[in-house]
Design a binder for this molecule. Sequence first.
Ligand code: HEM
Length: 428
Amino acid sequence: MTKLLPLPNTGALTGILEALAFFRDPSFAKKRFDRLGNVFETSMLGQPMVFIQGDKAIADLLAQPEAIEGWWPESVQQLLGSHSLANRNGAPHKARRKVIAQLFSSSALQRYSSGIVNLIDELSKEIRTSKTPFPLAEKMRRFAFSVIATTVLGLKGNDRDKLFTDFEIWSKALFSIPIPLPGSPFAKALKARKRLLEKLQVILSQPLNGKGGLDLLAGGLDEAGIPFADEDLGEQLLLLLFAGYETTASALSCLMRELLLNRHLETWLREEIDTLDWPPTPEQAHMVYDPANAPRLDALVKEVMRCTPPVGGFFRRTKKALVLDNIVVPNNRVVQVALIASNRHGIGDLDIFRPQRHLDNECSLNLMPFGGGERVCLGKSLAELEIRLMVIGLFSNWQLEVIPDQDFALRQVPSPSPRDGLLVKVKV
Ligand code: HEM
């Protein structure tokens, strides 16, 4: 029998320097894994936290659902709210997941796909009339927000725009120090949260306009005993706006950045795009660019998620002592699955961006950009659909080029995104 080992520790006590390093240094976890192994403990602002990487440790964690529960940092917990399914565990979590999952079934996606195609065509028209360079990352944010706000939740243009400003204030403080000092980002975000919930409540109390997917929820809500216009549902919608927006916008912006900075990649992808029709028919839009028909696009998306995962890590809390990759992790420990480090942990050129690795099954990493187990992302298929439609729609219509004098580096928090917004212009 293999001998079990104690949990290595960085020795950090207050965790102030560790937290600063975590937010500033994308190699934070890698440096510590190199020194301490695949499972180690440190402190982040006084919160003990176990970091894990590698297939074995992650599989060991997710194989024991009864011994773990969901966990998010205090700032996320407070800004999402106590009703949010992200902050719930056990039966209340399962019941809400079942209700919300109805918004992402394959028939729901089919329903949304022509709305998504319309949003891409609107963006195309905007690009046609733009005389000056524009920040592509900003356009991706607007698009991802519109998909979830208009196409899924059925909000009208006016309601959506009113939400957007508060939403930007709210989401900026999600991963911040949760002390509401007057004027601090967290204090502003708490106020924005209140306004957002009030607006969502008003929207929920109006008759459904037949657009979006909210009508799909009715039966499930009754079954779960949640009234339709309840604060509970408001908080689930707030979660969807957040979860469905920042992450998808990040994936799209990072993908565009790779394509526009590496012309050989764009040429390689265009060979495939040239074989595909745009726009797709309404009946086929939800599946016509799937991996079977667009394998290069699929490989590109996988590589973006590997190199710049929109969510750098996801969390669980242990409800009893667990053995992860031979290391004993005690009860009541927060475990962070460190995706950035894990995605580069293995043999070969894993530090290089090379989508082709996913085409020949040469990549043996078990990628988990959408998390795993009982809390795996509910919006995975929607996010993938949005990304595929946007890449094909945009690149079928336009040749874009980047403006040279800008910072192409990525800011990391809350999700990777080009610092200067990826300024581009249409190639003439
Ligand atoms: C590229 C885009 C996206 C990425 C990378 C992503 C990633 C993730 C990750 C890592 C988690 C945590 C999973 C876990 O703890 O195991 C999560 C949870 C979640 N995501 Fe996504 N997500 C994306 C898009 C979306 C979209 C479009 C929606 C819906 C509109 C969505 C809704 C959710 C919800 C509701 C949860 C909470 C699930 C639960 O706690 O049971 N996500 N996502």
